[in-house]
Write a protein that binds this ligand. Structure first.
Ligand code: 5GP
Ligand code: ZN
Length: 142
């Protein structure tokens, strides 16, 4: 499964990911289709399809990671709000069957979310990720 799963391949370094955050249990990287600038995915290292299969330790680690990621987004991107979105099962809009949490910065009156998102090139993603990573480092070491 790790060979065929896109998110396992990113976690294992086989495919490129614009990483924002990493710890023992979870990683976070930018979504290749940015629903809004900074749209990030928090992904457990463990390959599990849906939240109802996720061990408590990983579920807690996703929640723990969300807070500093959101704080970094607020510092770097100054959004007016942030959505946490988590889809389980095709009927719920899940496309990648490796559980993940979307963290989506929002701006008052933005029209992007829910519309076809904008594909972002690798350089844009890497630059955005580097800014968020730097802010996260400051937050975690404050
Ligand atoms: P889901 O609909 O399963 O909750 O969301 C899956 C997300 O994964 C989508 O927003 C999609 O853009 C993103 N995605 C799909 N393939 C890749 C990829 O190769 N790299 C990255 N960074 N994101 C991906
Ligand atoms: Zn996987």
């Amino acid at each position: 499964m790790r060979e065929t799963c896109t998110f396992c391949r990113i976690i294992d370094g086989v495919e490129h990911g614009a990483f924002v955050y990493e710890d023992e249990l979870v990683v976070a990287f930018l979504d290749i289709n940015q629903a809004s600038p900074g749209h990030t995915l928090i992904v457990p290292r463990l390959h599990v399809a849906a939240w109802w299969e996720l061990p408590d330790a990983e579920a807690a680690a996703v929640a723990r990671a969300a807070k500093p990621i959101m704080q970094a987004m607020r510092q770097v991107l100054e959004p007016d709000g942030i959505n946490l979105v988590q889809n389980n099962g095709r009927a719920a809009g899940q496309v990648i069957f490796h559980v993940h949490m979307h963290v989506i910065p929002r701006w008052q009156g933005d029209r992007r979310f829910g519309r076809p998102p904008a594909y972002a090139d690798r350089q844009t993603l890497d630059e955005r990720a580097a800014q968020l990573r730097a802010a996260l480092d400051r937050i975690r070491h404050a």
